[in-house]
Design a binder for this molecule. Sequence first.
Ligand SMILES: [Zn+2]
Length: 172
Amino acid sequence: MASVFGHGMVAYTISRVSSEKVSKGLVVLAMISAILPDIDVLAFKFGIPYEHMFGHRGFTHSILFAVVWAIGLSLLFGKKTKLLYAIVLFLSTISHGILDAMTSGGRGVGFFIPFVNERYFFSFRGIKVSPIGIDKFFSKWGAEVILSELKYIVIPCIIILISFYLKRSYFK
Ligand SMILES: [Zn+2]
């Protein structure tokens, strides 16, 4: 994974630029959706191996999971903006796997599970893989993760957000 901060930042940006009238509820759901896929690290505790369909970076990182999750939440919470909810939540959820596929470590992302149990990386893998567990995060490794995420996630997101606010303020 990238860190929870990196995943959260991307979802925050996606939801903020999706619509001028985006609700706080949708922003929060988007951030939860972008962090949620790593719930599969619990698989290690149950003895499910990494390469298993339900192993880490498996089903919860797949396109199918993102579709089902986004539609489910949009039906539950979307009210009159179900389509906006579905799109923002799909993009936020799948952004997790996309970031993971650009990280320097682990086994790749099972985008097409359950149809194809293959794991994928993109050719760009500049994001330093984040340690699992908070204790390891406060280390040299953690510092390198923060630096790589600043460069490839946080700063680009801030530029997008500022551009969006400027456009909204000056071009009404
Ligand atoms: Zn992940």
